[in-house]
Design a protein around this ligand. Sequence first.
Ligand SMILES: [Cu+2]
Length: 241
Amino acid sequence: MRANQDIEYESVQISCSYSKRADYLGYRAFGLVAMRITTASASLAVLLSVLAFGETAAGTVSGHVQVEDNKALSNIIVYLESANGTRTGQVHAKRRVSQKGREFAPDRVVLVQGGEVAFVNDEEKEIDHNVFSLSEVRQFDIGLAQRGSVNEVTFPEAGEVKYYCSVHKNMEGVVVVVPTPYFAHVDDSGRFRIENVPPGDWVIKAYVAHHRYVSEPFPVSVSDAPLDGLVVAVVKKKRGK
Ligand SMILES: [Cu+2]
């Protein structure tokens, strides 16, 4: 290259102007691609909303949870209950809980009322387990479960079901049974968002894992317009309750 300075100079000039041109073309090409992506995602969004809502409109319910004295509580679930007691939109999902390594996993399951949990003894060694609950909502005892066994337990009533293993005292878990599929986990900043809620009258409630706190339910009327900025109060339980 150094043999001919002029040629090198010229080639630099050429490549320089070429690269400017290429940049310009690239920019334009990028712009066009970006436009195409935007158009594609816009049509996708329209398609998705049509798929999600189908022929019946559905609403979004969102807001935040306000805990008394701003106490930091984790594992709060906000959910909707039908105002007239009908059970809408039941999804009888089956959840699986492993017992491997002498622990229930996941040890916290949210289940829609009527659903079931399969407790699986998937230990690698011959270790027997058991699952029992003395909760008000659902009492059960699956007896001694050998390695490889699967025991399904249904949860017909809503509420909190704490359960244990009679063989291993440190094993415990909880099934939170909610009345409808319209629930959301509250995030670290206290916010929640429940989507695809059928229009109608609902009562908004919260499940609070801390036994000294309880939510203050209130009615909400859902339409196809988003219901935003709701404040769900979580307060200390009154004495004697
Ligand atoms: Cu066990």
